[in-house]
Design a binder for this molecule. Structure first.
Ligand code: 5GP
Ligand code: ZN
Length: 113
């Protein structure tokens, strides 16, 4: 459920600092440490799994709550229009191998097209 070498597991456990903007049962939203948009948030399920290909480990209810939490996080951040991105696999630009969603608002710079 948790990987001791994973940055996001450490953030979830409070072992690494992060600016938490939203939290719910099993889910956390933080500010990206290297923002590539005016608003750049990361939505992270607390449960460790590497990437979107493994999304089936979540129950139907957990998946639904994760999607709702993304929308709620964007709304709380004051975003009416925004992008939700997932990079699945190193070849697609993923660098942290714990599933997460980028929520990007405003002007975007430096993100893969
Ligand atoms: P990926 O390329 O895997 O989709 O995105 C990983 C994201 O995590 C990047 O946008 C990167 O800036 C962010 N990131 C990497 N390490 C940390 C960290 O320690 N704290 C926070 N808040 N974000 C991080
Ligand atoms: Zn992890």
């Amino acid at each position: 459920m948790s990987d001791p070498n994973c940055i996001f597991c450490k953030i979830v456990a409070g072992e690494l600092p992060a600016t938490v903007v939203n939290r719910a049962d099993g889910l956390i939203a933080i500010e990206d440490i290297n923002p590539k948009a005016d608003v750049h948030l990361l939505v992270i399920p607390e449960r460790h799994f590497a990437d979107f290909r493994e999304v089936g480990v979540l129950s139907a209810d957990e998946s639904k709550r994760m999607l709702e939490f993304i929308a709620e996080t964007a709304q709380k951040a004051g975003l009416e229009e925004y992008r939700v991105l997932n990079f699945c696999g190193a070849g697609a630009g993923q660098t942290v191998f714990h599933l997460h969603w980028h929520v990007l608002g405003g002007t975007i710079r430096g993100m893969p097209a």
